[in-house]
Design a binder for this molecule. Structure first.
Ligand code: NAD
Length: 440
């Protein structure tokens, strides 16, 4: 099939590459010229495990092509995917300007039947809005608008796209339904479902999924805070509840708040949709408040330990990305923590396997960047663990002890066992567990 993907970000690039991988010819479009030039040379602009190999293979086979020319890409394609940003507007609603502007551009370009597929996360009613914009210039038989939300997780995006738990497709057109069904067959050969539904339910499904996950994390974060006060261990509680098949083991890990490019903005947007419909979605309100609070928890622990006197203290930070296996730092808890430490007069040296360049673009020389995880510990008063990259799980503890000024670790991700830290003699303050070698 012939496909255009508009927007080559985390979603667009994975979508385009995976469709090329199943034999389709994909033309990817972006307004960012530098990105397109980089992609033409086979260089992947984001860190996403496995993506570069697929990308290079499909470039070589000429199944994936890159351009800044929307018309050229659309003319060569039957299906047009929109993988454009939908950031929060001032009132918290998803800003649809990118989507609607491209819809308007498409209305001037399209000459024969195309399926326009919305892959971006968009509020209920957006498919109708896009159809309305297209319909101002185009006859109805020239297009169908489909909602096809994306559920991939950054860090395992390629696997998620190639083997999705489910595909959700919102359309009221039989013609578009057949096209989408054919396109997705290679991805559901193991029998995972393609759910066809109306556009509004499909758009809603994505927000409800992300908000539910954000709520689940927030629930465990509150449980963790209560565990600290009562002397229970949240990790044992987590295991205890996760084996109940009604609850399930996944997504129960407490931490220092959810971040990333999706959960915060999607919870906010669903909250806004509720408000617009004069419905008070109390749970969402609370999820946002809990998360705001949780992002401050590690800083609170640090402040208490140093009795509010952080001036001149040196901190080494392991992990910056909002989660492991990505370079994405959008709304990452690390950013807020760095700001709070700097405002309190502390010095910060950071290390992250993939996200340093993105953080440097924000903080410049206000903080220091370590070339490996151990160098950053030198002369540090404490280590702060913010992202649970695998390489932090079994470190060279001897080197850690040698480099750190004091054996003090604040861990926002519960990476180490309490026993191990006790044995090594660390002051170890984590989330929802007793403090090792210190008082709760
Ligand atoms: P992104 O910011 O990484 O990428 C968006 C791309 O669109 C950028 O490369 C930008 O240059 C390009 N762009 C902007 N205007 C354009 C235009 N007029 N024409 C062509 N290209 C244009 O965003 P993303 O993370 O890929 O997210 C895209 C959408 O998918 C959002 O709605 C998001 O909520 C949703 N989503 C994201 C994820 C995720 O994990 N990142 C997962 C599921 C859904």
């Amino acid at each position: 099939m012939k496909i255009a993907v508009v927007g080559t970000g985390y979603v667009g690039l994975v979508t385009g590459t995976c469709f090329a991988e199943t034999g389709n010819v994909v033309n990817c479009v972006d307004v960012n010229k530098a990105k397109i030039e980089q992609l033409k040379k086979g260089k992947c602009p984001i860190y996403e495990p496995g993506l570069d190999v697929l990308l290079q293979r499909n470039i070589k086979e000429k199944r994936i092509l890159f351009t800044t020319d929307l018309k050229a890409a659309v003319d060569k394609s039957d299906i047009i995917f929109l993988a454009l940003p939908t950031p929060p507007g001032e009132d918290g609603s998803a800003d649809l300007k990118y989507i609607l502007n491209v819809a308007e551009d498409l209305s001037k370009i399209i000459r024969e039947y195309k399926v326009i597929v919305n892959k971006s996360t968009v509020p209920v009613g957006t498919a109708e809005k896009v159809a309305e914009v297209l319909g101002r210039k185009l006859a109805p038989e020239l297009f169908d608008v489909v909602s096809n939300p994306e559920f991939l997780r950054e860090g395992i995006a390629v696997d998620d796209f190639l083997k999705p738990d489910r595909v959700v497709i919102g359309t009221s057109s039989d013609r578009a339904r057949d096209v989408m069904n054919e396109l997705y067959q290679p991805f559901v050969r193991q029998g995972n479902p393609i759910y066809f539904m109306d556009e509004r339910s499909s758009e809603m499904t994505k927000y409800v999924a992300n908000s539910y996950l954000a709520m689940r994390i927030s629930y465990m974060n509150e449980v963790a805070n209560l565990c600290e006060l009562t002397g229970a261990n949240v990790d044992l509680v987590r295991i205890g509840i996760g084996s109940d098949s009604r609850i399930g083991k996944r997504f129960l890990f407490p931490g220092i708040g959810y971040g990333g490019s999706c959960f915060p903005k999607d919870v906010l947007a669903l909250h806004h949709t509720s408000k617009q419909n004069k419905y008070e979605f109390k749970l969402l309100d609370t999820v946002m408040k809990v998360n705001k609070n949780q992002k401050k928890v590690l800083f609170g622990k640090i402040k208490r330990f140093y009795k509010n006197s952080l001036k001149g203290k040196k901190f080494a930070m392991w992990g910056l990305a909002f989660k492991p296996e990505t370079d994405d730092i959008r709304d990452a808890p690390a950013l807020e923590l760095i700001n709070e430490l700097l405002n309190a007069g502390a010095e910060v040296t950071v290390f992250d396997p993939e996200a340093m360049t993105n953080v440097k673009a924000l903080f410049g020389n206000k903080i220091k960047y370590a070339k490996d995880q151990y160098v950053g510990l030198k002369e540090a008063d404490a280590l702060l663990i913010v992202t649970e990259w695998s390489e932090f799980r079994n470190p060279d503890f001897e080197r850690m002890v040698k480099n750190l000024k004091s054996k003090v670790v604040f861990d926002g991700r519960n990476v180490y066992s309490l026993e191990k830290m006790e044995e090594l003699g660390f002051y170890y303050n984590s989330i929802g567990r007793k403090i090792v070698n210190g008082k709760n």
